[in-house]
Design a protein around this ligand. Structure first.
Ligand SMILES: C[S@@+](CC[C@H](N)C(=O)[O-])C[C@H]1O[C@@H](n2cnc3c(N)ncnc32)[C@H](O)[C@@H]1O
Length: 266
């Protein structure tokens, strides 16, 4: 699946409601998922940070602080860092501040998210800006050279791509042996009752905010649906092991609805 699909489902900024589409059909089909996901993130990019704060009751900022703290390479210099699905660049800036000698590449498929990251760097992160390079790109086909990166991070990234295994393979390819991967994401809870409550809440709250802010419930209702189409945190650990990582730790939040994985490239 190429990023610049010749026929995006929603023209840039166009009037088409994403909710008019069969979302589940797009999420089920790897050949169509990206053509839904990128226009959706383009549309919500300007309000993404406010939404994330509101929707997570501020927990997202704490989870990200912990993810940055977990992204350590003890005993090794960290000079090259790659933040995938970087969104508006909050994690990339925090990583640059953690390693003042490192260059941080921040990659995302959505051109408008990358615009927002550039705005953040210019307005709020002049200290980090010279060492953070935002770029439009596809985390399933990374432009970085093999074994060229010390630390890879991805927050809420893997769930959004059509081919999670392909993305993990690319992370393994670009990391040096001993390099560290830190991911943070929503996962499908394994307990049926908690899954129903968790996804039910996300669906209702997401639909409401999507309608109030964009007159398009699906732009945030999408989160619950994408989790339901995704895997559990245990299955993600197994995928990491299968694709060349040793899982070092898994920190679960919200009873496994969210998890942070730290893994080392074997
Ligand atoms: C939920 S946002 C997460 C943004 C940011 N990492 C954060 O934690 O706030 C998911 C991001 O994944 C990006 N994305 C989706 N498919 C992608 C792909 N194939 N390659 C790179 N980024 C992708 C979207 O454009 C979006 O910015």
């Amino acid at each position: 699946m190429r990023l610049r699909d010749p026929a995006p489902v929603v023209p840039d900024g166009g009037p088409t409601r994403l909710g008019d589409l069969d979302v589940d059909a797009h999420l089920r089909d790897p050949a169509r998922k990206q053509a839904f996901v990128t226009p959706m993130f383009d549309r919500i990019a300007p309000r993404y940070d406010a939404f994330t704060r509101l929707f997570s009751f501020g927990m997202d900022a704490a989870w990200k602080r912990e993810a940055v703290a977990a992204a350590r390479r003890d005993g090794h210099p960290v000079t090259a860092v790659l933040d995938l699905a970087c969104g508006t660049g909050d994690l990339a800036v925090a990583l640059a501040r953690q390693w003042p000698a490192a260059q941080v590449e921040a990659l995302d498929a959505s051109p408008r998210m990358i615009d927002a990251a550039r705005t953040r760097l210019a307005r709020q992160a002049a200290d980090a800006a010279p060492r953070v390079t935002p770029m439009v790109g596809d985390m399933m086909q990374l432009p970085q050279a093999t074994a060229s990166v010390d630390v890879v991070t991805a927050s809420y990234g893997v769930r959004n791509v059509p081919d999670a295994a392909g993305a993990v393979r690319e992370m393994a390819r670009v990391l040096r042996t001993g390099g560290v991967l830190v991911t943070l994401d929503f996962y499908r809870p394994t307990g049926a009752l908690w899954r129903a409550l968790f996804l039910g809440y996300l669906q209702v709250a997401g639909n409401l905010v999507g309608w109030l802010w964009h007159r398009d419930p699906v732009v945030y209702g999408y989160i619950a649906r994408s989790i339901d189409h995704f895997m559990s945190d245990e299955a993600f650990s197994a995928l990491l092991e299968q694709e060349g990582f040793r899982v070092q730790s898994v920190r679960r939040y919200l009873l496994g609805g969210v998890a942070r994985h730290v893994a080392v490239r074997r």
